[in-house]
Design a protein around this ligand. Structure first.
Ligand code: UD1
Ligand code: CA
Length: 465
């Protein structure tokens, strides 16, 4: 749905509530689904539908919300949470004359899509309504405001769960909490609402009844996708939303050329990108700003966070965090790439290898059981099993440089700062403390001594005791 830009439409996102039912120190809208804050999902859909002017109403732990979301938005403070109507009114100062309509959205409805928002706006403008409410029908509408219609089927008011009479509570059509209002009418009505209800709150929903009393047209846009309008009020609903996102995201990638062996056990966050013909095996978590190229094989049981992998990589049972990987690499099983690693092409990082802040150029191998940290490794290097870069002297971290074509024998310690120059060899079992010149062999271990007949003599000594 491309509607272009809306210069005369502002979005107001309500995010001032505490979210008591979450039982959390965190303000509700900062709980995450699919790796992003609840309110971030709402913001993203508003932006994608073409709204530039986004006003966030914040209150409970508002500084924390503001800090998490940054400075790209307008913030209106609601110092006391006196209800959704009161919340919207706090944004009044941002209602400049160029703003004709206002989209009001709750910060706790992360599953809303830009397509539905676009349809709502479109219908609102076509019908020239004072207000258009996004509604849906639920088999169990408990907790939501009910849409009350007259005999002609026109919306006449919204009644909250706590205030409804039995016949009103029978109604299955509910208020999603998303609306389009004519800006001037909204302000006029918000100044009229009173907290004369069971909760003693200023209800935004009362604006609907007031519009009708003034003979202003109110419309509903009814969506059949009930999941989309789900508001998150508890951790049970948070978990349901996570599942819904997981399904949505996995279906998106399945439709876009990615094979997911077991979608129910594959966890891909909202910002992740994946190339075609990549195959993802179960128990894999792709998180943050991760991008995976084409034709990769990822998993089983991988966690990849904020990392960039190019094409045709194979990653098995491994963890990769904040790292960059070229093409045709094999990683794992059981590799751990900590932040700041950069691998070239055709690099092999094998079992039980931990890398940290390390660059590895093309065609190099660290096949097994090594710790390599703060190192620069050239191309065509081979690092034997059990090699350790001793990068930390207890106070500072030091760099190990291993130039092109170097061969490090197994079980070596490279005590940084140290340079193993181009084409050099390090003998197995060495503890290297000074640089090894190009094409030299560095040996740093005790010489072997064989003691003839030692075993026989020992046995004889025992028998004579
Ligand atoms: C609201 C609607 C209800 C609708 C439901 C949909 C009202 C009176 N009721 O009820 O009809 O079916 O949403 O999910 O509007 N907020 C503030 N300041 C406040 C109060 C709330 O910013 O003083 C924010 C909350 O942070 C939240 C949103 O408004 O993001 C909705 O508030 P919530 O308390 O969850 O409203 P509901 O009871 O769910
Ligand atoms: Ca709610």
């Amino acid at each position: 749905m491309e509607l272009g830009k809306f210069d005369d439409l502002a979005a107001i996102i309500l995010a001032a509530g505490q979210g008591t039912r979450m039982r959390s120190e965190l303000p509700k809208v900062l709980h995450k689904v699919a790796g992003q804050y609840l309110v971030q999902h709402v913001i993203k859909q508003c932006t994608q539908v073409g709204l530039d002017k986004i006003i966030l109403v914040i209150g409970h732990k508002g500084e924390q919300v503001q800090e998490a979301l940054g400075h790209d938005f307008l913030y209106a403070w609601q110092r006391e949470q006196l209800g959704t109507g009161h919340a919207v009114l706090q944004a009044e100062e941002f209602f400049t004359p160029d703003i004709k309509d206002v989209l009001v959205v709750c910060g706790d409805t992360p599953l809303l899509t830009k397509a539905t928002l676009g349809n709502l706006i479109k219908q609102h403008r076509e019908t020239d309504a004072a207000c258009t409410i996004l509604t849906t029908t639920l088999t169990d509408p408990t907790g939501y405001g009910r849409i009350i219609r007259n005999a002609q089927g026109e919306v006449i008011k919204i009644v909250e769960q706590k205030d409804g009479n039995p016949s009103e509570l029978e109604v299955k059509e509910i208020n999603s909490g998303t609306y389009c209002f004519k800006a001037s009418i909204l302000i006029e009505m918000l100044h009229k609402i009173k907290p004369d209800n069971k909760q003693g709150e200023y209800y935004l929903t009362d604006c609907i009844g007031l519009c009708r009393e003034s003979n202003l047209p109110v419309m509903a846009y009814l969506t059949t996708d009930a999941e989309e309008v789900m508001g998150i009020n508890s951790r049970i609903e948070l978990a349901k939303a996570e599942k819904a996102f997981q399904k949505r995201i996995n279906n998106y990638w399945l439709e876009n050329g990615v094979t997911i062996i077991d979608p129910l056990n594959t966890y891909i966050e909202a910002e992740v990108q994946i190339g075609t013909d990549t195959v993802i095996y179960p128990y894999t978590f792709l998180q943050g700003k991760t991008s995976i190229g084409k034709g990769c094989q990822i998993g089983p049981a991988c966690t990849i966070k904020d990392s960039k992998l190019a094409d045709k990589n194979i990653v098995l049972n491994s963890i990769i965090i904040e790292s960059e990987i070229g093409s045709l690499c094999t990683i794992g099983p059981f590799s751990y790439l900590r932040p700041g690693c950069k691998l070239g092409n055709q690099v092999k990082v094998g079992d039980f290898v931990e890398l940290k802040k390390t660059t590895v150029k093309d065609d190099s191998k660290i096949p097994h059981l090594s710790y390599v940290g703060d190192a620069n490794i050239g191309s065509k290097v081979n690092i034997g099993a059990g090699t350790i870069t001793c990068n930390y002297d207890g106070e500072k971290k030091w760099i190990t440089t291993i130039e092109d074509g170097v061969f490090i024998g197994s079980n070596s310690n490279l005590v940084a700062p140290v340079v193993i120059q181009e084409g050099a060899y390090v003998a197995a079992g060495s503890t290297i403390t000074t640089d090894v010149p190009a094409h030299a062999l560095g040996v740093a271990r005790g010489r072997q001594v064989n003691i003839p007949n030692w075993v026989k003599k020992r046995k004889a000594a025992k028998e004579n005791r």
